[in-house]
Design a protein around this ligand. Structure first.
Ligand SMILES: NC(=O)c1ccc[n+]([C@@H]2O[C@H](COP(=O)([O-])OP(=O)(O)OC[C@H]3O[C@@H](n4cnc5c(N)ncnc54)[C@H](OP(=O)(O)O)[C@@H]3O)[C@@H](O)[C@H]2O)c1
Length: 322
């Protein structure tokens, strides 16, 4: 079948190991089903995979892609939950030490078909396109859990979103606004700051700029480049929720003194549960809120999408269609 996969790793030139070609049909273990892929969204995770982060050499070649929407074996329109937990695991799947994401241990979604555990398919509402639905399982689910799960934010709270242009960051802005929060956002790029206002941010600032108010919570996916600013932007007792380190995990200054003196919380967040994905789908269906799609490309042109993400030339999600 057609597939977009990682053949080798390269830290400096991740696209050198990317192949747009053919792979065997997926193996379907007992209790699993296959989904015919209609749309799949690109995540920074796919670039990390090509750099060899989170993916083992012996797993190559590996079909990339965590996110998909499509049609299951019974003809239902579905969204795929990307977190695969151990069959014996009960409760929050993101806490399972043996969990993996599609494209880490099991083949990913950038292909004609993807095999997933039966429990990993969630109904797609008719109101939502396949392209929109494909944005939800990673970036949007992560944003949802960061804000309303790990962040415990409520209407009226003030939140800062760092790096407005990213897939998770744009989801954070749109969802935070839909959830009744006051939304501040930063970006290095003026045009991205303007776009952030258009999608729901109340105020935007250059990366690192001093804010006129202290915020209840900061949503972090950038890491080293914005960490100090995130900690300095919090009110006493505030909380930073972190789900990524795009600019690197090693900090120049962890701001430890400020963290204890102002009694700040640093909370990690990773993906979300199947139940949270179902709640997110319901929220979007009910409110008409929709993912922001930067561009839609046929999956054969996946390399163009990877290049855009690698250069940071993106605002919202890049979606591949079959
Ligand atoms: N834990 C999880 O479950 C989970 C799930 C999804 C994603 N993630 C992680 O979260 C991160 C974001 O993912 P994504 O898919 O949203 O990636 P993305 O679409 O590539 O977004 C990256 C954004 O980070 C900002 N950025 C990058 N380098 C920066 C720098 N040096 N200084 C300031 N800002 C910088 C940019 O914002 P501006 O250009 O607007 O400044 C950029 O738009 C990745 O590291 C990813 O691995 C984790």
């Amino acid at each position: 079948m057609f597939a977009v996969y990682a053949e080798t790793f390269s830290t400096d030139d991740p696209l050198s190991g990317l192949v747009v070609g053919e792979r065997p049909d997926p193996e379907v273990p007992d209790g699993w089903t296959t989904v015919t892929v209609k749309a799949a969204a690109l995540n920074h995770h796919d670039l990390w995979s090509l750099r060899g982060v989170g993916l083992k050499e012996e797993a190559l070649p590996m079909i990339l892609g965590c996110d998909a929407s499509g049609i299951d074996e019974d003809g239902n329109e579905v969204v795929v939950h990307a977190v695969v937990s151990d069959p014996s695991w009960r409760g929050d799947e993101t806490f399972d030490p043996k969990r993996s994401l599609l494209s880490e241990r099991y083949q990913g979604t950038f292909s004609d078909k993807v095999a997933v555990p039966r429990a990993n398919v969630v109904p797609k509402p008719a109101s939502m396109s396949f392209e929109e639905a494909a944005c939800l399982p990673t970036a949007w689910l992560t944003a949802y859990r960061m804000l309303f799960g790990q962040g415990d934010l409520k209407p009226g709270d003030t939140v800062l979103v760092q790096g407005a242009g990213g897939g998770v960051a744009s989801a954070l802005i749109i969802l935070a606004r839909a959830g009744g929060l006051r939304v501040l956002a930063t970006s290095r790029d003026e045009s991205k700051r303007t776009r952030a206002l258009e999608i729901g941010a109340h105020e935007v600032y250059e990366s690192g700029a001093r804010l006129p108010v202290k915020v209840d919570a900061v949503m972090e996916t950038v890491g080293r480049a914005t960490w100090s600013h995130s900690i300095r932007s919090l009110r006493p007792g505030g909380r930073v929720v972190i789900s990524g380190t795009t600019s690197g995990p090693k900090l120049d200054d962890a701001e430890l003194t400020r963290i204890f003196f102002l009694q700040l919380s640093v909370v990690g967040s990773t993906m979300g549960t199947r139940a949270e994905l179902a709640s997110l789908v319901t929220l979007l269906d009910a409110t008409g809120t929709r993912p922001l799609i930067d561009r839609t490309l046929p999956m054969e042109k996946a390399r163009d999408g990877f290049s855009a993400m690698a250069s940071g030339d993106v605002f919202g999600k890049i979606v591949f269609t079959r």
